[in-house]
Design a protein around this ligand. Sequence first.
Ligand code: SAM
Length: 238
Amino acid sequence: MSSTLAKQAADRFGIALTPQQVGQFDQYAAILAEWNAHTNLTAITDAESVQVRHFLDSLSIAQAVPMTTGLRLIDVGTGAGFPGLPLLIAFPHIQVTLLEATGKKIAFLDHVIAELGLTGASTLHARAEEAGHMPDQRATYDVVLARAVARLPALVEYLLPLAKIGGCCVAMKGSTAAEEVRDAARAIDLLGGRFNRIGVVELPGVEDTHHLVIVDKVAHSPRTYPRNPGTPTRKPII
Ligand code: SAM
């Protein structure tokens, strides 16, 4: 099945996967299916949808951000590892932190990382609102990613404090991308961001267009942000 993924990744995003990497994607899919039978990790279960909606969709990030050697990347609210883990499999020379608030998902991710022998990955069991104040996390990342975690006005409060100046944040969004960017204008400005662009992603057999909202980090985030856990979503900056 992942040989199809290899062709799609090459055709759509110019990503060349080796047979070893294809094998790692197959292993990842098998462990996901096995764990998902007893742990609620993903609603997407059929093999082809996992390839396209999880793996290929995650790899679309490479369209927006060059995956250069040594790049430091964090995936906020990664769940079962999307988009961070497929990016690390495809680009093993980057450093990926998988941030997730739910312990059982961290246990799954640690297991996948060990089974696949991925050396560039670490997991962080925390909320984004806490991680944004940790000295070894705050303002240390070149790229900060999130898919399906929160609306953009709250999401940028999770993401921007983690990015270093000169780095960027990428939020994976559906049809509401432009509207969310409008709503998040004040939050982006306040937190030291500058809207860059919205990229369009089309996936084979998927009708709805996916969007990559790219926000550059151009100034320090004020020290009082992120606010306490729960506050960004309850009272988004508007
Ligand atoms: N990004 C994954 C994906 O696209 O498949 C998971 C999406 S899932 C809908 C949202 C995930 O974000 C959940 O696993 C949840 O525990 C995590 N999450 C939500 N708010 C969070 C926060 N403030 N800090 C850390 N993780 C959070």
